[in-house]
Design a protein around this ligand. Sequence first.
Ligand SMILES: Nc1ncnc2c1ncn2[C@@H]1O[C@H](COP(=O)(O)OP(=O)(O)OP(=O)(O)O)[C@@H](O)[C@H]1O
Ligand SMILES: CC(C)(CO)[C@@H](O)C(=O)[O-]
Ligand code: BAL
Length: 283
Amino acid sequence: MHAYYSKSEFQAFVRSDAARSGRVGLVPTMGALHEGHLSLVRQAQAECDLVAVSIFVNPLQFAAGEDLDKYPRTMESDFAKLGAAGVDAVLVPRVEDIYPADFQTVVSNDTLSGILCGASRAGHFNGVLTVVLKLLNIAKCQRAYFGRKDFQQLTLVKRMVKDLDVDCEIVGCPTVRDPSGLALSSRNTYLSPAERESSVKLSRTLREIDARVAAGERDVARLMEVARPLADDPLIAPEYLEIRSPGLETRYEDELELPAVALIAARVGATRLIDNIELAPQD
Ligand SMILES: Nc1ncnc2c1ncn2[C@@H]1O[C@H](COP(=O)(O)OP(=O)(O)OP(=O)(O)O)[C@@H](O)[C@H]1O
Ligand SMILES: CC(C)(CO)[C@@H](O)C(=O)[O-]
Ligand code: BAL
């Protein structure tokens, strides 16, 4: 595995004959790697000839007052995990390399970036889209891998690639969970033992919605009743629970149509967690 600490060295690598002779897959991350990230790597390895992982804590996607400074940075163990996984290249650029002093242009989506997580994270998704487009261009990859855990992010990235004719296939990978059902996330390391116990209620709520939909329930108000244990938990401050169409454009308020997706965000203690479940059409 080769580590590249500058954009230009990495670009020379991806333009080399070795890289150009096969399909390049990119897994963009912010580091603090866990099994969720490694599942993306494995899917990329199964489908591509060469797999690169980027580790970049993108300042542009952190709103004022968010955890940019304390975001977990675990470079040594990240490298060990990627080396053991057999990744070909790692890009770890410096902030000035990605955003030089004269940087001006950003990507924005005014339709989907203000809803759900975007409502409380001003500028977040435009920061994500901007860095993702840069990374796709830098890596010249044919495929890029994203987790379905960050469903809104995946939807926005797919939208950007379609709208801007970016020549890269975006692949959404299943959410990896711990045995309790909690979706793995780098920010889980912030949780105290009691908070971790409470955080299981997010995935439990989603599974209960899925079970009720599978049993034939279509009334959104009745489905929302399953969120009561969240509101009753003093460690949890719910932010949103919504059921939307798969492209996120339509929010179902009365009766839902399938397929759909239920999305949840809550603060557990000081830690903001998200999760979702895709509600499949019934046979
Ligand atoms: N549990 C998971 N299962 C599958 N993919 C995941 C999981 N967690 C993160 N990913 C994906 O890994 C990629 C990098 O995510 P990121 O580095 O932000 O990790 P994260 O665990 O989501 O961190 P955070 O706590 O900041 O949300 C994203 O495409 C994200 O969707
Ligand atoms: C896609 C991403 C790497 C862009 O910074 C980030 O939002 C993430 O880790 O999900
Ligand atoms: N996993 C999404 C990155 C973020 O929360 O900033």
